[in-house]
Design a protein around this ligand. Sequence first.
Ligand code: MN
Length: 739
Amino acid sequence: MKELVIDLEAEKTEILKRYRALLRASKSTLQKGDKRMIRKAFDMALESHKDMRRKSGEPYIYHPIAVAQIAAEEIGLGTTSIVCALLHDVVEDTDVTLDDIEQEFGKKVAKIIDGLTKISGVFDTNSSLQAENFRKMLLTLADDVRVILIKLADRLHNMRTMEFMPRDKQLKISSETIYLYAPLAHRLGLYAIKSEMEDLSMKYMERETYQFIKNKLNEKKTEREKFIRDFIEPVKKVLSAQGLEADLFGRPKSIHSIWNKMKKKSVPFEEVYDLFAIRVILDSTPENEKADCWKAYSIVTDLYRPNPDRLRDWISSPKANGYESLHTTVMGPRGQWVEVQIRTKRMNEIAEKGFAAHWKYKESSTDSGLDQWVQKVRDMLKNPDSNALEFLDDFKMNLFSDEIFIFTPKGALIQLPLNATALDFAFEIHTDVGASCIGAKVNHKLVPLSYKLQNGDQVEVITSSKQVPKEDWLSFVVTAKAKAKIKSALKEEKRKIAEDGKEILERKLKSLKITYNSENIHKISYFFKLPSTQDLFFNVAKGLIDMKDLKEYQLSEKVVENKPQDKIDNEQLQGLLRNIKAKDSDILLIGEDMQKIDYKLAACCNPIPGDDVFGFITVSDGIKIHRTNCPNATKLMANYGYRVVKARWTNQQELAFLTGLRITGIDDVGLINRLTTVISHDFKVNMRSITVDSDNGIFEGSIMVYVNDTEHLDNLIKRLKTVNGITSVARFDAIDKAS
Ligand code: MN
């Protein structure tokens, strides 16, 4: 057993030394009476923790002092928080009660300490208990965000002083930190604390890798520092020549972020090029901030060539957590890309201290993204329905909910909203890249345009000069930018096609001897139920309305001209009927006297024996048989009632009628085989065509089959539904107009 030799006098001196350092750190926020308050808290903490020691053997009081110091110095919190930080462990670990605290320090402090006490031991072995505790922890957020901020300071200090903990505790605390505290710090804008937490967790969880990268960074330290000096020097000169006061320095990226990059891009350490970022921190006045930042940007990019794709302007639109900065990547003097971050002192303070600094400067912007986020969390906490585990998931999601970060092949960061797809990314890079995008590689794997990106994905866009924006793209893109660009491209495309269509229609009408004028164009549009003349031109250009259709329009016009619609001209109808040649082997009876006359089955609804049907007299194409539930039936009967004739099936069998089935299911090997076996082998039904669409394991197929009648069809449908993997089978009502 190790014997501990303690020099109590030396310890006392050390404690006071640390306490005075704390006072110095909080100096900027101290107001009258604050110092006395802090002293009182310190005395109470010192007294109640007096016989306690940390695992390292040090006096326990070092810990609350350190937490208070982090709160003051690194988060920028004020007196109330410093008092609470000093007292954060007393209620839990000593005889001091909440009432005592309230009596000495007031309601506010007591409430924060209460919050801090409730959330100690948040993580326990039982995962649902852990979730419930975590929920409790976040409930404190509803009262006072300072509780979370002090908790983060507490956690950071524990992480910094973990060497003496047993290994299993180290692992447990590290994983909690990486799972929850680091994302929470990030969301609250505490970048420095977040990075340190990540690095410290990695130090315990991935010891070897951590040490490896750390050594590598040390090896190159001198070289790197020289590079940074050479890079900064000319920038500094021009900045001051132009009257801009600025601090410039190179900051190494965190070990954890370098490691992440190595993993994501699967590259060795040597190929991670951005091991550091250059920061330009400007001393500016509030009204000149933006202009000064851009001035500095202009100076930097005069000296070094920028990569235009990597300009990030978080000054015009700050991140949800309040972060403001101008980022650019430039080609350094030795042919190496260097990231430069330009911001003012105020912006830098927000970048490093996040929430607290944000409060300090808030006056002007009351509706920042961060406030909205806190409000959202509060609302979520009020929802009593969600059980603890679900809640935790929701919350974790919420930590990053409004943004994901995607890497370009060169490692530049692109910020996108949650659920953004590969196509959104392409449009984010450039409109032309989006418009000609045919696919993408995400983490070197080929994915479709609609692929939903995950935070940290690296995306390479594949383009083709033959590609044009498609209508269905609108169904999956989420960014406003992509949507707007696709819409305008489609509109432009349609406009061009319609222009061609106009000429074609003019020629066609001429040959039909129909005058091309606005009245007729409108009439024709109306006849084809099109919302605008542009749609008419478009349909003509696409061949969806051809000469035959136009003739039909012409004839309908003549019929309408000759015969008013409300009067059925029996004579004409009979004349038409007489002209239709009788068929020898007939199965359909048509007309009042149910004659057997020639007919055609309408392609829009493919009637089969057993269906309720009616006949429709087309002047050029004889009688067409439609199902009464045909999508066109209402239109036909409403507009041309006088051309409708009764029709019904006889009992004729053994004839085959074409009908379509739409089948959906879970795609797997052999599904099509099983389907076709049932259709052609079991049912001896002939198929005319099969089209299959498979997307992400979902199978969608259209099969055209020949059946005898509805009963035959119903049986086939019933049987197909029993095929393994099939989720639905339905006859489809109409063939798409386009097909
Ligand atoms: Mn503590």
